[in-house]
Unconditional design. Sequence first.
Length: 202
Amino acid sequence: MIRHQHLTLLLSACAVALPSVATAEEIPALGDLNDRQQRILLGHLDRGRTLYENGEFVDALDAFKDAYSIFPHPDVLYRVAECQEKMGEDVDAIANYKKFLRQSPDAPERKRIEGVISVLERRLAKRQEARISVVSDPPGARAYLGRVDLGPTPVEIPVTPGTYNVRLELNGYDKIAQDVEISPGKTCLLYTSPSPRDRQKS
C-alpha cells in the first residue's frame, strides 16, 4: 500500500509548499483513491515536476493535467496554472490561479499569487489591445474616429478591438469615410488618397 504521508509530501513539494484549506468547494482526499490510482497519480506528479524543472512546460502541463483528472486537488491545479503561465496561456492561467485561491483562501503565498494574476491580466490586456494607423496622400488631412478628432495625418492610436468609422477631411478635397474592423493585437493601416474637389466654374 502507498503511504498517504508520502503522497502528501510529494504534493506539497510540487505546489511549493502551499497548503490547501477546505472551503465551501469540495476538496478531494487521498483516501478517496485506491492503491492503483495513487500509484498512477504519483507517476504523473513526479514526471510533471521533473519536466517542469527541465523547462519542458508543454509536457509538464500534460502530466499535471493527467494528475488533476485523477485527483482534482488545489495543489495540483496550482501546478497546472504555473505551466500555463510559463507557456503564455494567460486566460487559462488566470482562471486556474483564481480557482486555487478560492479553494485555498489561507494559502501563505496568497499575496504573491495575486500579484502574478495582476501581471498576467495586464499582459493579457496588452495583447488584446489594437491600434489604428491612418495615412493620407497628401498628408495633413484631419482624421476622425467616429466623433473623435484624431488630429492631422499621419496618426496612430491604440483602440479597443471593434468596428469603427474613419473619416478624413482636407480643404480642397472630397471627404472620405470608411468602416474598418480592427482585431485584437493587430494594427490596422488605413492608407487613402482624397480626390481634389471639383472647382466651381465661374
